[in-house]
Design a protein around this ligand. Sequence first.
Ligand SMILES: C[S@@+](CC[C@H](N)C(=O)[O-])C[C@H]1O[C@@H](n2cnc3c(N)ncnc32)[C@H](O)[C@@H]1O
Length: 479
Amino acid sequence: MRNPPEIPAAFVRQMEHWLGAEARDLVAALSAKPWRGLRYAAIARPRGELPPSLAPFLSGGVPWAADGFYLAPGPSLGYTVLHQAGAFYLQDPSAMAVAVALDPQPGERILDLCAAPGGKTTHVALMAARRGGAQLVANDVHRDRVLALAENVERVGAPCAITNESPAALADAWPQAFDAIVVDAPCSGEGMFRKDPAVRAEWRPDAPERFQVLQKDILRHALTMLRPGGRLVYSTCTLNPLENEQVVLWLLDHYPVALEPLPDWPEWRPARSDWAADREEVGLAKRLWPHVGRGEGHFVARFRLLDPVATSPRRRSKAATPSTDKAWDAWLASLVAEVPPAWRKTVARKSVVFADALGDLAVSSLRVLRPGPPIAERKGQVFVPHHAASRLLPPGGFRATVEIDEETAIRYLAGEPLALPAGHDHEATFCAVAHEGFHLGFAKRAPGRLNNLYPRGLRSTRIESLAALAAEVDSSSYT
Ligand SMILES: C[S@@+](CC[C@H](N)C(=O)[O-])C[C@H]1O[C@@H](n2cnc3c(N)ncnc32)[C@H](O)[C@@H]1O
């Protein structure tokens, strides 16, 4: 096996310039093991908890994220039943600071502008769901990455719309449309050096300068989409002040924005005003340094927009109309115990019926990957539940549910049919399949068995049992 690439010497020189002797501690920390974390993620059960079967893998809570936990050194949990079921999201503990900084409020309309693969989107969605819900749009400019975003959003049941656009195109369509926007910007990724050797290999000495140009361009457009009084969270996973304090300074100098205080966690250090023309308020932004706290490198700042940046009136699209299709209404009633309010307005595109998450946002000129969570597909004259819909409702939300043990769930995720459980006398054609109260997908009733509707593209024969993985946990400390 090849050794991971060294920490780039030019990076070390740059950080010595900024940090002086402290750079040594930083470089030493970047050569140690990364901190790993996971976050409770099942949005349909926003007040739920991680099941006890995950306890052997956890080593304490992340102080700033109510749903976040450190993972003990050991195996990856990506190929487990509970991960596939969207019970949790694997996330760097420092990255959990971003949704916390945004602090989503009930009923807000929120845009995550650089959202793929979805760590912050799904965290914002969970926090919002806990507070009664928000309207969420997640965007990413890259076509391949936006598909990974959709997969993660669907896995955890985040009820958001997804677009695949440039910030400029969105800004043109959605002036002053949002109460809050997250710009988790593309960056030189220095904070990820110990977690991801590929980032070290790709880093170039001029990366901070180049990314700063891109970050300003994205922020320029983001601000025009924010209503006056709205909040903008700017974050990066890099360390260089060119992409952090100096971008903050540029925003303060060029736009009617004010920085807001963030929570005062000891592991969140004030950003350095001395790297931003000694502007004291820059210290309200926070740095999560890899050599200070238990997580990778992150930067986060929250701004309040004081005056509008764009004044053109908001364009409205025709609101989605509630379905009046009787066949659809009857089918839905046969699937769910009670139709959730968010499913009353639907949008049909090709053969898929989506819950409408765009409301009056104009989308005619935009690439919309999904206008909201998919609920069903029309196949000929009949509807079939969309796999993603299984994640949208809590236990008991579907008329029929079959709870299966882990061994059976592993076979279900590989695509095998299920035996009809003894006593399963429900007549519903479709039933949800659940493990430990988390919905995995759907099955269709057939004589003597349940046919597996878990999508072919998601099926996997690599899923491992938690008991087997627990034996690999290293209970010694990180360092
Ligand atoms: C740091 S990553 C976002 C991580 C994501 N927020 C999460 O938590 O999973 C930055 C994202 O910005 C996107 N991006 C790159 N260039 C962009 C641009 N010009 N405009 C908008 N987004 C861009 C990338 O595709 C990438 O997914």
